[in-house]
Design a protein around this ligand. Structure first.
Ligand SMILES: [Zn+2]
Length: 254
């Protein structure tokens, strides 16, 4: 929803019932904390795009890139919106990943075009042109946050167990979350976005191929320069709780 259509912006009324204190288990709608690359949802998007699926070379490139991202645990710790948590050992958690795109304008030539198609603003980021934005409760504290509006499964079946918090929030704070109505609106919006993308790519295969080619070039440049555990947000003792991708059920249980 654009600013003019957003009921929260129009009325100033934030849905009630979200004020919860951390720590508690991670639930649908919560903003959680995990290690994943913003490249991962792009590979899922490409592999779901019919034009790419029909191109064996492009499809293999994407599959190899996703394997590499997952096997080497490339990516940094970042916020994610939990769509549903895992069933340990049986089903992975599903998430919308969030990122700041290095706080560069999304129109910047250095930002891959595919992000312009799928990134949606988290208010007070007001987005670009007439694109949708979404709110969290409490309000997100900076205006550089984006969410890739394509939900992805995590790489293992471990529970997501850690809520997002900023570095100055070392004591238990309110859980950042998206209310049920906003999450539903986002889910509907993300399906519509992908449907429109698929239709455009089918109509203009050259557009899809150009976006994929540009992505391959740019994503290499966007990879983290070092694979450190960038953990200014965590205390040292908590680092032990993380698997290569997310906080694990088993290590939390120890
Ligand atoms: Zn709004």
């Amino acid at each position: 929803m654009s600013n003019s259509k957003c009921s929260i912006c129009a009325t100033g009324i934030v849905p009630a019932g979200l004020a919860r204190s951390a720590p508690m288990s991670c639930a649908t709608g919560d903003i959680c904390y995990l290690r994943e690359s913003l490249a991962t949802p792009v590979e899922y998007i490409l592999q779901a795009t019919e034009v790419i699926r029909q191109d064996p070379v492009a499809l293999q490139r994407s599959k190899a890139a996703l394997r590499d991202l997952r096997s080497r645990s490339i990516g940094k710790y970042r916020p994610c919106l939990l769509v549903r948590n895992a069933i340990p050992g049986a089903r992975p958690a599903t998430e919308f990943l969030m990122g700041t795109l290095r706080r560069e304008p999304i129109e910047s030539p250095s930002i891959p075009k595919v992000y312009r198609e799928f990134c949606r603003a988290i208010y007070p980021n007001s987005g670009f042109l007439d694109s949708a934005h979404f709110h969290t409760t409490p309000p997100w504290p900076h205006s550089s946050q984006w969410l890739v509006s394509y939900p992805i499964p995590l790489g293992d079946n471990n529970l997501v167990t850690v809520h997002w918090r900023f570095k100055d929030e070392s004591t238990p704070a309110q859980v950042y979350a998206m209310d049920k109505a906003s999450l539903e609106a986002l889910t509907v919006h993300s399906r519509k976005t992908f449907k429109e993308w698929q239709a455009r790519c089918n109509k203009e295969p050259e557009f899809a191929r150009a976006v994929e080619t540009e992505w391959r070039v740019r994503s290499a440049a966007l990879r983290p320069r070092r694979r450190s555990i960038s953990d200014k947000y965590l205390h040292g003792s908590e680092l032990l709780c993380f698997s290569p991708t997310i906080a694990t059920y088993h290590s939390r249980a120890k």
